[in-house]
Design a protein around this ligand. Sequence first.
Ligand SMILES: NC(=O)c1ccc[n+]([C@@H]2O[C@H](COP(=O)([O-])OP(=O)(O)OC[C@H]3O[C@@H](n4cnc5c(N)ncnc54)[C@H](OP(=O)(O)O)[C@@H]3O)[C@@H](O)[C@H]2O)c1
Length: 297
Amino acid sequence: MILITGASGQLGQDLITLCRAQGRDFAALARPDFDFEKPDTVIASFSAAQPTIVINAAAYTAVDKAETDQDAARAGNHTGPRLLAELCAAADIPFIHVSTDYVFDGNKGAPYVETDPPNPTGIYGASKRAGEEAVLATGAKAVILRTAWVYAGHGKNFARTMLNAGRKMPVLRVVADQRGTPTAAADLAAAILGIVDKINQTGWQPGYQGIFHATNAGETTWHGFATAIFEEAARHGYESPEVQPITTADWPTPTRRPPDSRLDCSRLTQTFGVNLPDWRASLGPIVAALLALDAPG
Ligand SMILES: NC(=O)c1ccc[n+]([C@@H]2O[C@H](COP(=O)([O-])OP(=O)(O)OC[C@H]3O[C@@H](n4cnc5c(N)ncnc54)[C@H](OP(=O)(O)O)[C@@H]3O)[C@@H](O)[C@H]2O)c1
Protein backbone atom coordinates (compact mmCIF):
# COMPACT_ATOMS: atom_id res chain seq x y z
CA MET A 1 0.00 0.00 0.00
CA ILE A 2 1.25 3.43 -1.02
CA LEU A 3 1.18 6.07 1.72
CA ILE A 4 0.92 9.66 0.42
CA THR A 5 1.62 12.54 2.79
CA GLY A 6 0.71 16.18 2.12
CA ALA A 7 -2.68 15.11 0.78
CA SER A 8 -4.01 18.68 0.61
CA GLY A 9 -1.15 20.05 -1.51
CA GLN A 10 -0.77 20.35 -5.28
CA LEU A 11 1.31 17.20 -5.70
CA GLY A 12 -0.59 15.31 -3.00
CA GLN A 13 -3.93 16.02 -4.68
CA ASP A 14 -2.69 14.98 -8.11
CA LEU A 15 -1.13 11.79 -6.69
CA ILE A 16 -4.46 10.92 -5.11
CA THR A 17 -6.37 11.62 -8.34
CA LEU A 18 -4.00 9.41 -10.32
CA CYS A 19 -3.97 6.60 -7.75
CA ARG A 20 -7.78 6.61 -7.77
CA ALA A 21 -7.94 6.63 -11.57
CA GLN A 22 -5.49 3.71 -11.74
CA GLY A 23 -7.22 1.74 -8.98
CA ARG A 24 -4.14 1.65 -6.76
CA ASP A 25 -4.06 0.63 -3.12
CA PHE A 26 -3.20 3.84 -1.27
CA ALA A 27 -3.83 5.93 1.83
CA ALA A 28 -3.36 9.69 2.09
CA LEU A 29 -2.54 11.79 5.13
CA ALA A 30 -2.94 15.50 5.81
CA ARG A 31 -2.78 17.82 8.78
CA PRO A 32 -3.83 17.68 11.57
CA ASP A 33 -3.55 13.83 11.53
CA PHE A 34 -0.05 13.98 10.05
CA ASP A 35 1.98 17.05 11.02
CA PHE A 36 5.78 17.28 10.84
CA GLU A 37 5.64 19.86 13.62
CA LYS A 38 4.11 17.15 15.87
CA PRO A 39 6.37 14.10 15.50
CA ASP A 40 3.92 11.93 17.51
CA THR A 41 1.37 12.29 14.70
CA VAL A 42 3.96 11.15 12.14
CA ILE A 43 4.86 8.05 14.15
CA ALA A 44 1.25 7.17 14.98
CA SER A 45 -0.15 7.64 11.47
CA PHE A 46 2.75 5.73 9.90
CA SER A 47 2.30 2.75 12.17
CA ALA A 48 -1.48 2.75 11.69
CA ALA A 49 -1.13 2.81 7.89
CA GLN A 50 1.48 0.01 7.60
CA PRO A 51 2.58 1.13 4.11
CA THR A 52 4.80 -0.78 1.71
CA ILE A 53 6.10 2.47 0.15
CA VAL A 54 5.86 6.14 1.18
CA ILE A 55 5.60 9.21 -1.07
CA ASN A 56 6.29 12.39 0.85
CA ALA A 57 4.46 15.29 -0.82
CA ALA A 58 4.30 17.27 2.45
CA ALA A 59 6.62 20.23 2.81
CA TYR A 60 6.92 23.77 4.05
CA THR A 61 6.70 25.63 0.70
CA ALA A 62 6.31 29.33 1.59
CA VAL A 63 9.68 30.47 0.21
CA ASP A 64 9.71 34.08 1.44
CA LYS A 65 7.89 33.40 4.71
CA ALA A 66 10.52 30.80 5.60
CA GLU A 67 13.00 33.60 6.26
CA THR A 68 11.05 34.56 9.38
CA ASP A 69 9.46 31.16 10.08
CA GLN A 70 12.59 29.07 10.33
CA ASP A 71 11.38 26.55 12.92
CA ALA A 72 8.37 25.58 10.81
CA ALA A 73 10.53 25.38 7.67
CA ARG A 74 13.01 23.12 9.50
CA ALA A 75 10.24 20.84 10.78
CA GLY A 76 8.48 20.64 7.41
CA ASN A 77 11.55 20.19 5.23
CA HIS A 78 14.31 18.75 7.39
CA THR A 79 13.52 17.12 10.73
CA GLY A 80 10.04 15.92 9.68
CA PRO A 81 11.21 14.18 6.48
CA ARG A 82 14.18 12.74 8.45
CA LEU A 83 11.76 11.13 10.91
CA LEU A 84 9.65 9.73 8.09
CA ALA A 85 12.78 8.35 6.43
CA GLU A 86 13.83 6.76 9.73
CA LEU A 87 10.44 5.05 9.97
CA CYS A 88 10.80 3.79 6.39
CA ALA A 89 14.33 2.56 7.10
CA ALA A 90 13.14 0.67 10.18
CA ALA A 91 10.30 -0.89 8.16
CA ASP A 92 12.71 -1.56 5.24
CA ILE A 93 10.39 0.10 2.69
CA PRO A 94 11.21 2.62 -0.07
CA PHE A 95 10.77 6.33 0.60
CA ILE A 96 10.13 8.75 -2.27
CA HIS A 97 10.84 12.31 -1.17
CA VAL A 98 10.53 15.61 -3.08
CA SER A 99 13.06 18.43 -3.06
CA THR A 100 13.66 21.58 -5.04
CA ASP A 101 15.73 23.47 -7.62
CA TYR A 102 16.18 26.12 -4.92
CA VAL A 103 19.01 24.04 -3.42
CA PHE A 104 21.10 25.71 -6.17
CA ASP A 105 22.20 29.33 -6.43
CA GLY A 106 21.40 29.41 -10.16
CA ASN A 107 24.79 30.71 -11.27
CA LYS A 108 25.97 27.65 -13.24
CA GLY A 109 24.69 28.95 -16.57
CA ALA A 110 23.67 25.46 -17.75
CA PRO A 111 21.19 22.80 -16.56
CA TYR A 112 22.23 21.38 -13.18
CA VAL A 113 23.09 17.71 -12.77
CA GLU A 114 22.63 15.86 -9.48
CA THR A 115 26.32 15.98 -8.61
CA ASP A 116 26.60 19.77 -8.89
CA PRO A 117 27.29 21.35 -5.49
CA PRO A 118 24.19 22.85 -3.85
CA ASN A 119 24.37 26.40 -2.58
CA PRO A 120 20.91 27.56 -1.45
CA THR A 121 20.25 31.28 -1.32
CA GLY A 122 17.58 31.28 1.38
CA ILE A 123 16.10 29.45 4.35
CA TYR A 124 13.62 27.44 2.27
CA GLY A 125 16.35 26.10 -0.04
CA ALA A 126 18.67 25.48 2.91
CA SER A 127 15.97 23.57 4.81
CA LYS A 128 15.22 21.42 1.74
CA ARG A 129 18.93 20.71 1.26
CA ALA A 130 19.28 19.77 4.93
CA GLY A 131 16.30 17.46 4.41
CA GLU A 132 17.97 15.74 1.46
CA GLU A 133 21.12 15.08 3.48
CA ALA A 134 19.22 13.94 6.55
CA VAL A 135 17.00 11.56 4.56
CA LEU A 136 20.02 9.98 2.86
CA ALA A 137 21.87 9.72 6.18
CA THR A 138 19.10 7.54 7.65
CA GLY A 139 20.11 4.78 5.22
CA ALA A 140 16.51 4.47 4.00
CA LYS A 141 15.84 3.19 0.50
CA ALA A 142 15.34 6.79 -0.55
CA VAL A 143 14.58 8.28 -3.96
CA ILE A 144 14.80 12.07 -3.77
CA LEU A 145 13.28 14.01 -6.66
CA ARG A 146 14.24 17.64 -7.14
CA THR A 147 11.53 19.45 -9.01
CA ALA A 148 10.75 23.10 -9.82
CA TRP A 149 8.06 25.73 -10.47
CA VAL A 150 5.23 23.33 -9.54
CA TYR A 151 1.70 24.25 -10.58
CA ALA A 152 -1.66 22.54 -10.95
CA GLY A 153 -5.30 23.14 -11.76
CA HIS A 154 -5.92 23.74 -8.05
CA GLY A 155 -4.02 24.96 -5.00
CA LYS A 156 -1.77 27.97 -4.78
CA ASN A 157 0.55 28.57 -7.72
CA PHE A 158 1.95 31.08 -10.22
CA ALA A 159 -0.55 30.26 -12.99
CA ARG A 160 -3.50 30.80 -10.69
CA THR A 161 -2.01 34.03 -9.35
CA MET A 162 -1.46 35.32 -12.90
CA LEU A 163 -4.98 34.46 -14.06
CA ASN A 164 -6.57 36.11 -11.06
CA ALA A 165 -4.33 39.19 -11.27
CA GLY A 166 -5.06 39.50 -14.99
CA ARG A 167 -8.78 39.73 -14.25
CA LYS A 168 -8.16 42.84 -12.16
CA MET A 169 -5.22 44.59 -13.86
CA PRO A 170 -4.70 45.53 -17.52
CA VAL A 171 -0.90 45.41 -17.20
CA LEU A 172 1.19 42.85 -15.29
CA ARG A 173 4.93 43.18 -14.74
CA VAL A 174 6.67 39.79 -14.65
CA VAL A 175 10.31 38.87 -14.10
CA ALA A 176 12.02 37.94 -17.38
CA ASP A 177 15.58 37.20 -16.19
CA GLN A 178 15.00 34.01 -14.19
CA ARG A 179 15.10 30.76 -16.18
CA GLY A 180 13.62 27.44 -15.19
CA THR A 181 11.00 24.87 -16.05
CA PRO A 182 7.36 24.96 -14.99
CA THR A 183 6.38 21.51 -13.78
CA ALA A 184 2.82 20.22 -13.75
CA ALA A 185 2.06 18.43 -10.49
CA ALA A 186 0.12 15.84 -12.49
CA ASP A 187 3.18 15.04 -14.62
CA LEU A 188 5.36 14.73 -11.53
CA ALA A 189 2.70 12.49 -9.92
CA ALA A 190 2.72 10.24 -13.00
CA ALA A 191 6.52 10.07 -12.93
CA ILE A 192 6.49 9.16 -9.24
CA LEU A 193 4.00 6.35 -9.81
CA GLY A 194 6.20 5.18 -12.70
CA ILE A 195 9.07 4.97 -10.22
CA VAL A 196 6.84 3.02 -7.81
CA ASP A 197 6.05 0.55 -10.60
CA LYS A 198 9.71 0.19 -11.52
CA ILE A 199 10.66 -0.52 -7.90
CA ASN A 200 7.85 -3.08 -7.66
CA GLN A 201 8.89 -4.77 -10.92
CA THR A 202 12.61 -5.03 -10.23
CA GLY A 203 12.76 -4.95 -6.45
CA TRP A 204 14.94 -2.30 -4.83
CA GLN A 205 18.25 -1.75 -6.65
CA PRO A 206 21.27 0.12 -5.23
CA GLY A 207 21.18 2.51 -8.21
CA TYR A 208 17.75 3.78 -7.15
CA GLN A 209 19.21 5.36 -4.03
CA GLY A 210 19.88 9.08 -4.10
CA ILE A 211 18.94 12.30 -5.82
CA PHE A 212 17.26 12.67 -9.22
CA HIS A 213 16.16 15.76 -11.10
CA ALA A 214 12.51 15.67 -12.15
CA THR A 215 10.98 18.62 -13.98
CA ASN A 216 8.98 18.89 -17.17
CA ALA A 217 11.16 19.20 -20.29
CA GLY A 218 12.00 22.53 -21.90
CA GLU A 219 12.57 25.88 -20.27
CA THR A 220 11.27 29.41 -20.02
CA THR A 221 11.29 32.50 -17.79
CA TRP A 222 8.52 33.61 -15.46
CA HIS A 223 7.62 36.16 -18.14
CA GLY A 224 7.53 33.44 -20.79
CA PHE A 225 5.43 31.26 -18.49
CA ALA A 226 2.96 34.10 -17.87
CA THR A 227 2.71 34.85 -21.59
CA ALA A 228 2.00 31.18 -22.35
CA ILE A 229 -0.62 31.04 -19.59
CA PHE A 230 -2.47 33.98 -21.10
CA GLU A 231 -2.20 32.51 -24.62
CA GLU A 232 -3.94 29.38 -23.34
CA ALA A 233 -6.51 31.41 -21.40
CA ALA A 234 -7.35 33.50 -24.50
CA ARG A 235 -8.59 30.31 -26.19
CA HIS A 236 -11.33 30.27 -23.55
CA GLY A 237 -12.39 33.88 -24.15
CA TYR A 238 -10.31 35.24 -21.26
CA GLU A 239 -9.28 38.86 -21.87
CA SER A 240 -5.51 38.85 -21.39
CA PRO A 241 -3.58 41.70 -19.81
CA GLU A 242 -0.38 43.10 -21.24
CA VAL A 243 2.59 41.23 -19.74
CA GLN A 244 5.59 43.53 -19.36
CA PRO A 245 9.05 42.02 -18.83
CA ILE A 246 10.95 43.30 -15.80
CA THR A 247 14.20 42.32 -14.08
CA THR A 248 14.72 40.64 -10.72
CA ALA A 249 16.03 43.98 -9.46
CA ASP A 250 12.62 45.52 -10.28
CA TRP A 251 10.86 42.92 -8.10
CA PRO A 252 12.76 42.51 -4.82
CA THR A 253 11.74 39.55 -2.64
CA PRO A 254 12.88 38.52 0.86
CA THR A 255 14.57 35.42 -0.65
CA ARG A 256 16.81 35.78 -3.67
CA ARG A 257 15.67 33.38 -6.43
CA PRO A 258 18.17 31.43 -8.55
CA PRO A 259 18.57 33.24 -11.90
CA ASP A 260 18.85 29.93 -13.79
CA SER A 261 17.65 26.75 -12.11
CA ARG A 262 17.17 24.48 -15.11
CA LEU A 263 17.65 20.83 -14.12
CA ASP A 264 19.06 18.06 -16.30
CA CYS A 265 16.69 15.11 -15.84
CA SER A 266 18.56 12.43 -17.79
CA ARG A 267 19.49 10.37 -14.72
CA LEU A 268 15.79 9.93 -13.92
CA THR A 269 15.07 8.61 -17.40
CA GLN A 270 18.12 6.37 -17.50
CA THR A 271 17.41 4.84 -14.08
CA PHE A 272 13.63 4.52 -13.99
CA GLY A 273 12.61 4.89 -17.65
CA VAL A 274 10.26 7.77 -16.82
CA ASN A 275 10.04 11.04 -18.73
CA LEU A 276 8.12 14.21 -18.03
CA PRO A 277 6.74 15.86 -21.21
CA ASP A 278 7.54 19.36 -22.43
CA TRP A 279 6.04 21.92 -20.06
CA ARG A 280 3.93 23.52 -22.81
CA ALA A 281 2.13 20.23 -23.47
CA SER A 282 0.65 20.18 -19.98
CA LEU A 283 -0.29 23.84 -19.69
CA GLY A 284 -3.59 23.91 -21.60
CA PRO A 285 -5.66 21.58 -19.40
CA ILE A 286 -4.34 23.22 -16.23
CA VAL A 287 -5.23 26.72 -17.40
CA ALA A 288 -8.69 25.45 -18.38
CA ALA A 289 -9.15 23.93 -14.92
CA LEU A 290 -8.02 27.13 -13.19
CA LEU A 291 -10.37 29.27 -15.30
CA ALA A 292 -13.27 27.01 -14.35
CA LEU A 293 -12.22 27.00 -10.69
CA ASP A 294 -12.07 30.77 -10.34
CA ALA A 295 -14.74 31.73 -12.90
CA PRO A 296 -16.32 35.02 -11.84
CA GLY A 297 -19.89 34.75 -10.53
N1 LIG B 1 5.46 24.60 -5.36
C1 LIG B 1 6.61 24.73 -6.03
O1 LIG B 1 6.78 25.62 -6.87
C2 LIG B 1 7.75 23.77 -5.76
C3 LIG B 1 8.98 23.97 -6.42
C4 LIG B 1 10.02 23.07 -6.17
C5 LIG B 1 9.83 22.00 -5.32
N2 LIG B 1 8.64 21.85 -4.70
C6 LIG B 1 8.49 20.73 -3.77
O2 LIG B 1 7.47 19.88 -4.29
C7 LIG B 1 6.78 19.24 -3.21
C8 LIG B 1 5.29 19.41 -3.38
O3 LIG B 1 5.00 20.79 -3.38
P1 LIG B 1 3.52 21.35 -3.61
O4 LIG B 1 3.64 22.45 -4.62
O5 LIG B 1 2.57 20.23 -3.83
O6 LIG B 1 3.30 22.03 -2.19
P2 LIG B 1 1.96 22.62 -1.53
O7 LIG B 1 0.87 22.68 -2.55
O8 LIG B 1 2.34 23.85 -0.81
O9 LIG B 1 1.56 21.49 -0.50
C9 LIG B 1 2.35 21.26 0.63
C10 LIG B 1 1.67 20.19 1.44
O10 LIG B 1 2.46 19.99 2.60
C11 LIG B 1 1.62 20.11 3.74
N3 LIG B 1 2.38 20.59 4.88
C12 LIG B 1 2.94 21.80 5.09
N4 LIG B 1 3.55 21.84 6.28
C13 LIG B 1 3.38 20.61 6.83
C14 LIG B 1 3.76 20.03 8.08
N5 LIG B 1 4.43 20.72 9.01
N6 LIG B 1 3.39 18.77 8.32
C15 LIG B 1 2.69 18.05 7.41
N7 LIG B 1 2.28 18.54 6.24
C16 LIG B 1 2.63 19.80 5.95
C17 LIG B 1 0.54 21.08 3.33
O11 LIG B 1 -0.55 20.96 4.21
P3 LIG B 1 -1.55 22.20 4.55
O12 LIG B 1 -2.53 22.23 3.41
O13 LIG B 1 -2.15 21.79 5.84
O14 LIG B 1 -0.69 23.43 4.64
C18 LIG B 1 0.27 20.57 1.92
O15 LIG B 1 -0.52 19.42 1.96
C19 LIG B 1 7.38 19.84 -1.94
O16 LIG B 1 8.38 19.00 -1.46
C20 LIG B 1 8.01 21.13 -2.41
O17 LIG B 1 9.08 21.55 -1.57
C21 LIG B 1 7.59 22.70 -4.91
